[in-house]
Write a protein of this length. Sequence first.
Length: 301
Amino acid sequence: MIGHDDIRIGTVVPAHDRTAAVIGQLLPHGFESFQISFGARVGDFDVAGLAAAVRRTLDAHAIAAHEPPCRVTAVGVYGNPLTSPETVADWETLIDAAAAFGCDIVAGFAGRIPGRPVPDSLPRFAAVFGPLARRAEDRGVRLAFENCEKRGTWEQGDWNIAHAPRAWEEMFAAVESPMLGLQWEPCHQIVSFVDPLPQLRKYVSRIWHIHGKDALLRRDVIREHGIRGGVPYVQHRFPGRGETDWREVFDILRLAGWRGGIDIEGYHDPVFRDALETTGQVTALAYLKACRGGPFVPNAF
């Protein structure tokens, strides 16, 4: 039974013809929420049909389990909206469709002008996300930028400027809208040698959605090869197998009165992969639930 309704824990599922069936297979394992990811493009996908199928699956499980329904926390598309008009149209499609999924968050990359420093992308960011923010405000939808660097730096990159606090501040100044925030995860910050917990405390009021993914730095590799020696120095891991104190993550969120979803982002862990993918996700789910506080126990008074 879902008792921790303030912070739900679930997983990210890709959008395809079997999404509702996949969600139906995952629900008995205790997942409480789902982000639906359309990858790099939405295109002509039957979004309305998918929303209806997912809602039917969630409602049927709730009736059978005699508990409140699980939720779709966010829908997302991860193309480059600063260079692709098609990706801008995808954002518009998902902003319009979010309510059909029962959610109010659309997530994705902020985009980037390829090969240029972050500030060079800000005029185009304002031109693209100013209208998208107004569209979102009209529909009560929040826009969440994932903090993935996509191998970019401040000086150059191809996909996403929203990977560092300085960029976030400049983005929020370029488009002043209460609907703009972050899809945050500690993994991408650890990759950049950032302590994620102070950052979470500072930006918690602008974080709309969280990905449950962690990272493990290979300090033996760093000592021998550095970070530009051609030897992988970091592993993306499931929560519980990385460096983040997820108990403190939940404490920070609750002290701030945060409400929302933490959805596990799979298909990255080098150990729990292939035949062990779902095993890794279910193990991470149990770990996050323990860090959240264990089973919910109603007060006796």
